[in-house]
Unconditional design. Structure first.
Length: 135
């Protein structure tokens, strides 16, 4: 069995290395990290791990996500016009989870491996817990 995490990340340079090392150390095999800010310095940190698939959410990525979500439901058609995609992190997370699932399926076809569990995990949950337990 292969366990993977998907996470949408913004402005977390100090925490990304810890987040990656922690989840690899407890048994996760693959991490799909989506960086909201194209110039985020933590991107290079994440790219240094072979188990991490990095996606930089630039303008082209955002358009692809909006188009993908809009195709799911008529109610999503106003995502771009209303600015909901940028304003609501959960909408971006949903798109990133959907694309991570597709990547996992493609990896299964090309590598013969199968991700049995894909967890959406916020980097804030781990780092907040880390601060609480240190006190």
């Amino acid at each position: 069995m292969i366990f993977a995490i998907v996470s949408t990340i913004a402005d977390e340079k100090e925490q990304v290395d810890y987040f990656i090392r922690y989840h690899l150390s407890i048994g996760f095999d693959r991490l799909y990290l989506y960086f909201d800010e194209p110039g985020d310095p933590a991107i290079d940190v994440a790219k240094s791990y072979p188990q991490v698939e990095v996606t930089v959410c630039n303008d082209n990525w955002r358009k692809q996500c909006i188009d993908s979500l809009a195709s799911l439901s008529d109610s999503e058609l106003e995502l771009h016009e209303a600015g909901l995609y940028e304003a609501e992190v959960m909408i971006r997370q949903e798109a990133n989870v959907r694309f991570a699932i597709e990547r996992a399926r493609k990896e299964k076809k090309s590598h013969g491996c199968c991700i049995s569990t894909l967890m959406n995990c916020s980097i804030h949950r781990l780092t907040t817990s880390r601060r609480i337990f240190r006190r």
